[in-house]
Design a protein around this ligand. Structure first.
Ligand SMILES: *[C@@H]1O[C@H](CO)[C@@H](O)[C@H](O)[C@H]1NC(C)=O
Ligand SMILES: *[C@@H]1O[C@H](CO)[C@@H](O)[C@H](O)[C@H]1NC(C)=O
Ligand SMILES: *[C@@H]1O[C@H](CO)[C@@H](O)[C@H](O)[C@H]1NC(C)=O
Ligand SMILES: *[C@@H]1O[C@H](CO)[C@@H](O)[C@H](O)[C@H]1NC(C)=O
Ligand SMILES: *[C@@H]1O[C@H](CO)[C@@H](O)[C@H](O)[C@H]1NC(C)=O
Ligand SMILES: *[C@@H]1O[C@H](CO)[C@@H](O)[C@H](O)[C@H]1NC(C)=O
Ligand SMILES: *[C@@H]1O[C@H](CO)[C@@H](O)[C@H](O)[C@H]1NC(C)=O
Ligand SMILES: *[C@@H]1O[C@H](CO)[C@@H](O)[C@H](O)[C@H]1NC(C)=O
Ligand SMILES: *[C@@H]1O[C@H](CO)[C@@H](O)[C@H](O)[C@H]1NC(C)=O
Ligand SMILES: *[C@@H]1O[C@H](CO)[C@@H](O)[C@H](O)[C@H]1NC(C)=O
Length: 434
C-alpha cells in the first residue's frame, strides 16, 4: 500500500534549490527536538497521536532589500492548543505553537476505511528577531499547503523515517522520524504500520549519501545505517520529467541521473525517478528544471537561448545547481553550482538527444552522469518532443556514408584515370597516324 504523509507532488510554486543555496554561509542550525502530541477525548482515551521532527527554511526580505534564509527549528517545549480528535463529520486537527508566535497545524479527515492529511497551515512571525534578523516586514505570515497524502488504513500507525520536504511560498518544510495516528480507536495505537514510500526498500535508492557521516534510517531496524554504502554498479533508471504552463507542457526531459560525489571518497548516487518531484519555470529565453529526489537531493538545470547567427537561434544548458542535505537534520552536505556550461546545444524548436553516457563536471567534488538523455526546454508542441538533434549519430550511420562516399570517390578517380589514359593513348595513336 502506498502511504505517505507529506506530498512531494508538483502542486506548489516552489523555489527550493535556490533558497537552500542562499542558506550557505548565513545558516545557523539549531538542534531540532522531537515533538510529541497525545490528544485525549472526553473519556481520557488517546484519539490522536503524533511524534515527529520538523524544521523550516524561510526566505525573507531584509531592510536592505536582499533576501536571507532563516532556519526555524522546534524547541524542546511546544504547546498543542486547539488539537482535536475529530470524528466522521469533523476533521481532526494536530496543532502546535512554539516560541515567538509561530504555529503549525495539519488536519486529517477520515472515510470508513482510511484517514489522510488535508491541509498544512504554517504561521511564522517575522517579529521574532532572533530568527528573522533585520526583517523588513514584521508580523505573522501564514501559508497553507494542500496535502496530497495517500490514505492510511484506519487503525494503522503511519511511520516515516526518511525526510520529506514541502516547498511553498518561500518556505521549505522538512519532516522526518514521523509516527502518527489519527482517529485512534479505543485509545490504543495500532499495531500495524503503514510506511511511507521513502522508507520502503523498493522505492528508496540503493544507497543514501554517507558523506559527512550521515546516518540513514533503515527500513527494518531503527538503527543508523553503516557508514559505508555499496557503490551502485547499475546505471540509473531513466525518468520522464515535464513542466506545464497552464495546461500546456512547456518543458520535456527524459534522463537517467547519477551523481558522483567525491568529498571524502567517491560515492555514486543514482537518482530514483519514482521518488523524484519536478518543478521549475518555462520562459521564452530561459527555462529551469528543478528536481527533488525525495531524499534531500536537489538538482537544478537552467537553459538559455542564444543567437547563433542572424537567423539561427539555439538553446543550451548554462547552469547546473546541486544541493545535498543531511536528511536527518537538514544541514547542507554539499552545494555546487556551475553556471558556465555550454552543453546540450541544439536549435530552438528541436530537442537535444544523447543516449550515451555524458558527464557534467559541476566542480571538483561533484559530477553528474547522464544517460538516455533527451531534453526540450523550449517550444514544446502538443506535449511531444520535436525532432532530435543527436549528440553523436549512431556510429554505423556515420561510417556507412563515409565508406560509400570513399568508395564512390575511388570509383570516380579510376574512371577518370581510365578515361585519361585511354584518351591519351588514343590521341597518341591518332597523332601517329598523321
Ligand atoms: C543556482 O544557484 C545560484 C546561486 O548560487 C542561484 O542564483 C540560482 O538561482 C540557482 N539556480 C537554480 C536552478 O536553483
Ligand atoms: C547534522 O548531522 C551531521 C551528522 O549526523 C552532523 O555532522 C552535523 O553537525 C549536524 N548538523 C546540525 C546542524 O545538527
Ligand atoms: C486522565 O488521565 C490522567 C492521567 O492519565 C489523569 O491525571 C486525569 O485526571 C484524567 N482525567 C480524567 C478526566 O479522567
Ligand atoms: C463530531 O465532533 C464535533 C465537535 O468535536 C461534535 O460537535 C459533533 O457532534 C461530533 N459528531 C459526531 C457524529 O460525533
Ligand atoms: C517571497 O519571495 C519573493 C521574492 O522571491 C517576494 O517577492 C515575496 O514577497 C516573498 N513573500 C513573502 C511572504 O515573504
Ligand atoms: C474497540 O472496542 C470495541 C468494543 O470494546 C471492539 O469491538 C472493537 O473491535 C475495538 N476496536 C479496535 C480497533 O480495537
Ligand atoms: C530519528 O530516527 C532515527 C531512527 O529511529 C534515530 O536514529 C535518530 O536518532 C532520530 N533522530 C532524532 C533527531 O531523534
Ligand atoms: C517515458 O516516456 C517514454 C516515451 O514516451 C516511454 O516509452 C517510457 O515508458 C516512459 N517511462 C516511464 C518510466 O514512464
Ligand atoms: C567520480 O569523480 C572523481 C573525481 O572527479 C573521478 O576521479 C572518478 O573517476 C569519478 N567516478 C566515476 C565513476 O565517474
Ligand atoms: C537575438 O536576436 C533577437 C532578434 O533576432 C534579439 O531580439 C535578441 O536581443 C538577440 N539576443 C541576443 C542575446 O543577442
Amino acid at each position: 500500500m502506498e502511504a505517505r504523509w507529506w506530498p512531494r507532488g508538483p502542486l506548489r510554486p516552489p523555489r527550493c534549490s535556490a533558497c537552500l543555496l542562499l542558506l550557505l554561509g548565513t545558516a545557523v542550525f539549531f538542534q531540532s527536538y522531537a515533538v510529541e502530541v497525545d490528544v485525549k477525548d472526553a473519556t481520557n482515551a488517546t484519539c490522536l497521536y503524533a511524534q515527529w521532527l520538523m524544521r523550516f527554511l524561510i526566505k525573507y526580505e531584509t531592510n536592505s532589500g536582499d533576501y536571507k534564509n532563516a532556519t526555524l527549528s522546534l524547541p524542546s517545549n511546544v504547546t498543542h492548543d486547539g488539537s482535536t480528535c475529530g470524528n466522521d463529520t469533523q476533521a481532526a486537527l494536530l496543532a502546535v505553537q512554539f516560541e515567538e508566535g509561530h504555529s503549525w497545524s495539519v488536519n486529517f479527515t477520515k472515510t470508513n476505511e482510511t484517514y489522510q492529511a488535508d491541509f498544512i497551515t504554517f504561521t511564522y512571525n517575522t517579529n521574532d528577531s532572533a530568527v528573522f534578523r533585520d526583517a523588513k516586514r514584521k508580523g505573522p505570515i501564514t501559508i497553507v499547503v494542500k496535502d496530497t497524502m495517500h490514505p492510511v488504513e484506519l487503525n494503522n500507525v503511519f511511520v516515516c523515517h526518511n525526510t520529506d520536504s514541502i516547498e511553498a511560498e518561500n518556505v521549505t518544510q522538512f519532516f522526518w522520524n514521523i509516527t502518527l495516528q489519527a482517529f485512534v480507536q479505543n485509545g490504543t495505537i495500532g499495531k500495524k504500520e503503514s510506511r511511507c514510500d521513502a522508507d520502503k526498500p523498493t522505492s528508496a535508492p540503493t544507497i543514501l549519501p554517507t558523506v559527512a557521516n550521515i546516518t540513514t534510517a533503515s527500513t527494518t531496524t531503527l538503527s543508523p545505517a553503516p557508514t559505508t554504502a555499496p557503490k551502485p554498479v547499475e546505471n540509473p533508471d531513466t525518468g520522464n520529467y515535464s513542466l506545464k504552463s497552464g495546461n500546456k507542457t512547456c518543458l520535456l526531459a527524459t534522463v537517467g541521473l547519477q551523481l558522483n560525489v567525491s568529498q571524502d571518497k567517491p560515492l555514486l548516487i543514482n537518482i530514483n525517478p519514482k521518488t523524484t518531484s519536478v518543478d521549475g519555470t518555462c520562459g521564452n529565453t530561459t527555462a529551469t528544471l528543478r528536481l527533488n529526489d525525495g531524499n534531500s537531493r536537489f538538482i537544478g538545470f537552467t537553459f538559455f537561448v542564444k543567437n547563433a547567427s542572424a537567423n539561427v537561434r539555439r538553446f543550451y544548458l548554462k547552469e547546473v545547481n546541486v544541493t545535498l542535505l543531511n536528511h536527518m537534520n537538514g544541514s547542507v552536505i554539499l552545494s555546487a553550482d556551475n553556471n558556465n556550461f555550454s552543453k546540450w546545444d541544439a536549435s530552438l524548436g528541436s530537442s537535444y538527444m544523447c543516449r550515451k553516457e555524458q558527464t557534467l563536471e559541476i566542480n571538483e567534488d561533484l559530477q553528474i552522469h547522464t544517460f538516455n538523455l533527451r531534453i526540450q526546454p523550449f517550444l514544446v508542441k502538443e506535449n511531444k518532443f520535436s525532432t532530435a538533434e543527436d549528440c553523436s549519430p549512431e556510429v554505423d550511420n556515420f561510417i556507412v556514408p563515409i565508406a560509400v562516399g570513399a568508395a564512390l570517390g575511388g570509383l570516380v578517380v579510376l574512371v577518370l584515370m581510365a578515361y585519361f589514359f585511354g584518351h591519351k593513348k588514343h590521341r597518341n595513336a591518332g597523332y601517329e597516324q598523321f
